[in-house]
Design a protein around this ligand. Sequence first.
Ligand SMILES: [Fe+2]
Ligand SMILES: [Fe+2]
Length: 301
Amino acid sequence: MTRTVNDHGREKTADRLLKSSANKFYDPEVDIDWAAPLPAGKPFQPEHRSSLYGTRLWDRLTPEQRLELGKHELASVASNGIFFEVLLMQLLLKELYNGDPTTRHVQYALTEIADECRHSTMFARSVERAGAPAYGPVKIVHRLGKLLPVIGYGPALYGSILVAEEILDRIQRESMADENIQPLVRMVNRIHVLEEARHVTFAREEVTRRMAELGKAELIYQRWLIAAVSFAITRSLINPRVYRAIGLDPREAWETAMHNPHWHETIRWSGERIMAFLDDAGLVGRPGMYWWRKSFLLGAR
Ligand SMILES: [Fe+2]
Ligand SMILES: [Fe+2]
């Protein structure tokens, strides 16, 4: 793949993002009061975003079980956030490995790695503080994740990052605005949303630029890759082990969640913005449609 590292537009964007990063960034170590008590009875996520919400299984849960499930689902999403960020950091390191460190583009990649390092620490602290396990992805996804930095390149790779970032962004925006949610969670989400806006700008422009450089055969591979990775992202958010925390059979509860139209709608809603962008960019199409449909990101279309 040919790349023009000194691309003017790319350098201009990176320069602007570098300035913005210097002006506004958070250090979760200082900016979050980790010792503050967690008010009892306040949820860790909006109830209607639970994977079981709206099912008969949900109806049978006590208010305490619902609260506890929300805490474990949040821990699953946050620890998978770390998993996604680790993969993203590897991709950004590749930009440095292959690129010219005197360009603003590569310097911004380094800055974004620094952001993600702080985010992953912040997510880890929040899971630890909530007192839930850092579930992360299931084994198979954890293993396949190792392949991604090797087989992934081009617009699909940046596009996959956007899928992970923008899905989390939508979920976090909703809960940071909800006064009923645990203050610690709201603060973590607020910090993440503010810093992610720069990453989204960076990755969206990379998708557009790299689409213009693609050949026809590559496009087929790129469409397949982004669809398969996006499927893995949406399936990973909730680790089936969370259900065990409230005494449910993980297999049965997971099956229920995967057939839950409310959960499908939550996924569709969380990916609404990014799917419109990827569709416009030409990344949503054959041979990826099988995985897109299974990901729930397309909704009922
Ligand atoms: Fe992040
Ligand atoms: Fe990010």
